[in-house]
Design a protein around this ligand. Structure first.
Ligand code: DGP
Length: 113
């Protein structure tokens, strides 16, 4: 069974967030620990623990999240940004509700740490 996380509480309004976008499939809000001047999370309303648990029936939803992330990045005035999906603990995932990081507003290096 998929566990509830802090993002479930944000989705159902029990915990406040700095919302930047909302529609029937997803919610986007500013990260509480920003790693750059712009750091936004896009999360599906559907509770999927990580990209690992996404199924073929979620393909349109996954595309929607990426498209919304791009739309938000442009609305934030970003010309360049990084889209990150940490998948699993050792990859840096700390909240087990699938989310896309939109990070921008500063120069970045590659590879990431
Ligand atoms: P990840 O490490 O990829 O699982 O990213 C989780 C992000 O979620 C991390 O950058 C911090 C952010 N975060 C955790 N709790 C909250 C919260 O309550 N509110 C907001 N806005 N962001 C949160």
């Amino acid at each position: 069974m998929t566990k509830e996380t802090i993002f479930t509480s944000i989705l159902n309004g029990k915990i406040k967030c700095d919302e930047v976008y909302s529609d029937e499939l997803c919610l986007a809000f500013r990260d509480i620990q920003p790693q750059a001047p712009t750091h936004i999370l896009v999360i599906p309303r559907k509770n999927i623990s990580s990209l690992k648990e996404a199924e073929e029936k979620d393909i349109n939803l996954l595309g929607h999240l990426l498209f919304v992330g791009s739309k938000i990045a442009k609305e934030e005035g970003l010309e360049n940004w990084r889209t990150v999906i940490n998948t699993g603990e050792t990859a840096g995932q700390t909240v087990f509700h699938l989310h896309i990081h939109i990070i921008g507003g500063r120069d970045m290096t590659w590879p990431p740490g």
